[in-house]
Design a protein around this ligand. Structure first.
Ligand SMILES: Cc1cc2nc3c(=O)[nH]c(=O)nc-3n(C[C@H](O)[C@H](O)[C@H](O)COP(=O)(O)OP(=O)(O)OC[C@H]3O[C@@H](n4cnc5c(N)ncnc54)[C@H](O)[C@@H]3O)c2cc1C
Length: 172
C-alpha cells in the first residue's frame, strides 16, 4: 500500500487476501505519525505478519469478504462488502481511499512453451534481464523478483534495453 502515507489520518481499505496486502499496510499504519486507518480483507498470509497486523490499533480486519460496491458519487465515500462465510453478513465501511491488491497473476502464459517461467508463472531472468532463451529479455513485474515497484521496473527496463541492444549489435 505504497499510497498509504498520502492518506494521513484518513481511512483506507486495501482489499486482498495474501501476504502483499497484509504486509504493505504495516509501515504506513504502524508509524506513530500520520496514521491512516486501514480496513483489511485478509488473512491468508504468513501468520507472523498477520499477528503484527492484528496488533495495530488502527487496523480492522474482516477476513474473507467479497467487495460488492464502491460508494460515492464524485468522490469515494465507502465500500460495501459481504462475508463469503455462511452468514454472508453485509457491511459498509466509510473510507477515503481503496487500494485494490488482490493477488498477482502473471500474464506470461504466452511464454509457457519457452521454458523460461518459474512455478509461479513469472519469467526467470539473470542480472542482464536475459532469459535462458537467447535474444529474449524481460523486465518489470512479470519477472521473478523481490520488490515490484515502478522504480525497480524502470531499472529492469533500462538494463533489458541495454542488453537487447548489445545482443543485436553483436550479431551485425
Ligand atoms: C494497487 C497497486 C498500487 C501500487 N502502488 C505503487 C506505488 O505507489 N509505487 C510504486 O512504485 N509501485 C506501485 N505499484 C507497483 C507498480 O504499479 C508496478 O511495479 C509497475 O507498474 C510495474 O511496471 P511494469 O511495466 O512491469 O508492469 P505494468 O505497469 O503492469 O505494465 C504491463 C503492461 O503490459 C501490458 N500487457 C500485458 N500482457 C500483454 C501482452 N500479452 N501483450 C501486450 N501487452 C501486454 C499490460 O496491459 C500493461 O499495460 C502498485 C501496484 C498496485 C497493483
Amino acid at each position: 500500500m505504497c499510497a498509504g502515507p498520502q492518506y494521513p489520518g484518513r481511512a483506507v481499505v486495501p482489499p486482498g487476501g495474501g501476504t502483499p496486502v497484509v504486509e504493505e499496510p504495516l509501515p504506513p499504519a504502524g508509524t506513530e505519525k500520520n496514521l491512516p486507518t486501514a480496513t483489511v480483507f485478509a488473512l491468508t498470509a504468513d501468520p507472523k505478519v498477520c499477528d503484527k497486523l492484528r496488533a495495530l490499533p488502527n487496523v480492522t480486519i474482516y477476513p474473507y469478504q467479497d467487495v460488492l460496491e464502491f460508494l460515492g458519487d464524485d468522490k469515494l465515500t465507502g465500500v460495501r462488502f459481504k462475508s463469503t462465510k455462511e452468514d454472508a453478513t453485509e457491511r459498509t465501511v466509510n473510507c477515503d481511499g481503496v487500494f485494490e491488491y488482490i493477488g498477482l497473476e502473471p500474464t506470461a502464459g504466452f511464454c509457457k512453451d519457452l521454458g523460461i517461467l518459474d512455478r509461479s508463472g513469472c519469467i526467470k531472468t539473470d542480472q542482464f534481464m536475459a532469459t535462458s532463451r537467447p535474444g529474449i529479455f524481460a523486465a518489470g513485474d512479470i519477472i521473478v523478483k523481490f520488490l515490484r515497484q515502478v522504480a525497480t521496473a524502470c531499472g529492469d527496463g533500462a538494463i533489458a534495453g541495454n542488453s537487447a541492444a548489445k545482443y543485436v549489435e553483436a550479431r551485425r
